[in-house]
Write a protein that binds this ligand. Structure first.
Ligand code: 9MR
Length: 358
């Protein structure tokens, strides 16, 4: 059977080659993979934790995905399963099944779990948006959600993105239900409530844009430094780093090193490197693009590897393979942002990550 499969695949590939012309890349292109040395994995090669955001449905139903997660990573983030709406869809209902599945999987396979995310402007369920109550009632709502979730996973989830994306690109706090109901204090309160529920969990402020907006970066760093000065229990800063191959090395390094200057732990928390930031609808992935992506992954890993060891919380990519990326769905465009291709094979980007710690 395997032989026939191979013959069919060869015929299909040859036909595609004929139709497209020899020099045109095929999508997804198998010849853009790198040779696999089974003894090398990201978790073994990296001198700091290396993780991925995982999709619980894929973990349950796609054996290739599941095995790759077991093999390559030693830190896991739930891509969606621990968000407010997923965990707490109505006032008196908590739905733990998917998040518990992920945590059990992580425990069985010796992986760290990073919790994402307790409070996020984007994710309040409609019951929260429609909630009626005075300031004290809103404070209780915030506290109850955070403490129920953090307590549920106490001892199993090592760290949390407590507040996600509170800052707008113009450096002011983003308008959201929490800001409207509780004022700017919702951020400090969220950290305090999370710490009360699990004093051992490391607590992060997570956001994007450090590498493309100095205004936003400065506002985030100032906010985080203020929280620290006020004695708010904050341990780390998450740089999402949804970036693209055209981003300058200087901007990427500035993002990392400015965060390091806070003295907090730094998590590159949602790394992916878009190859089609200009939304070209018929772009194909080529050897040239693969090399540029490799260089960008290498640069980020190299820069991160050079920061003080005690500030290295780790690097997490936002999902595993190009087939699983949020980017294709969100922007409705072809893109190949991750180190594994659609067939879960290693791309040049994977080698770039390895080369970053050479
Ligand atoms: O990748 C996530 C996607 O599957 C969800 O539909 C989306 C909305 O919940 O969130 C995506 O993840 C985001 C993360 O939680 C916060 N930073 C930006 C990520 C990409 O949008």
């Amino acid at each position: 059977m395997k032989k026939y499969g191979l013959v069919i695949a060869l015929v299909v590939l040859t036909t595609m080659g004929c139709l497209k012309g020899q020099d045109d890349p095929v999508f997804p292109s198998p010849d853009l993979t790198i040779p696999v040395d089974e003894s090398v994995t990201l978790q073994k090669a990296m001198p700091f934790p290396f993780g991925a955001a995982v999709n619980v449905g894929l973990l349950k139903n796609n054996t290739t995905y599941r095995n790759l997660v077991i093999k390559e990573y030693n830190s896991l983030t739930a891509e969606n399963a621990m968000k407010f709406t997923q965990l707490h869809p109505s006032e008196n209902v908590y739905t733990w099944a998917d998040a518990d599945y992920l945590v059990d999987f992580a425990q069985q396979n010796g992986k760290r779990v990073h919790g994402h995310t307790l409070i996020w402007y984007k994710n309040p369920p409609s019951w929260v948006l429609n909630y009626q109550g005075d300031a004290q009632a809103w404070d209780n709502l915030l506290k109850n959600h955070i403490q129920t979730v953090v307590s549920h996973f106490k001892g199993k989830v090592a760290s949390w993105d407590v507040v996600n994306e509170a800052m707008a690109d113009n450096g002011t706090l983003r308008d959201c239900i929490w800001l409207q109901k509780l004022g700017a204090d919702y951020i400090a309160k969220s950290f305090i409530y999370a710490h009360q529920a699990d004093p051992d969990a490391l607590l992060f402020y997570n956001d994007f844009g450090h590498e493309y907006s100095t205004t936003k970066r400065t506002a985030i760093i100032n906010m985080v430094n203020n929280l620290k000065q006020q004695g708010v229990p904050i341990d780390g800063i998450g740089l999402q780093m949804h970036t693209n191959y055209m981003q300058s090395d200087k901007n990427l390094a500035d993002a990392i090193n400015t965060a390091v200057a806070t003295g907090l732990k730094v998590h590159i928390a949602e790394l992916d490197i878009s190859m089609n930031p200009n939304n070209i609808p018929d772009l194909t992935f080529s050897a040239g693009l693969a090399e540029q992506q490799k260089a960008k992954y290498e640069f980020i890993v190299k820069t991160y590897n050079a920061i003080p060891k005690n500030q290295q919380f780790g690097i997490t990519t936002w999902n595993v393979s190009d087939a699983d990326t949020w980017i294709r769905g969100e922007y409705n465009r072809p893109d190949w942002p991750l180190p594994f291709n659609d067939n879960y094979e290693r791309k040049a980007a994977y080698q770039g990550i390895l080369d970053g710690v050479k």
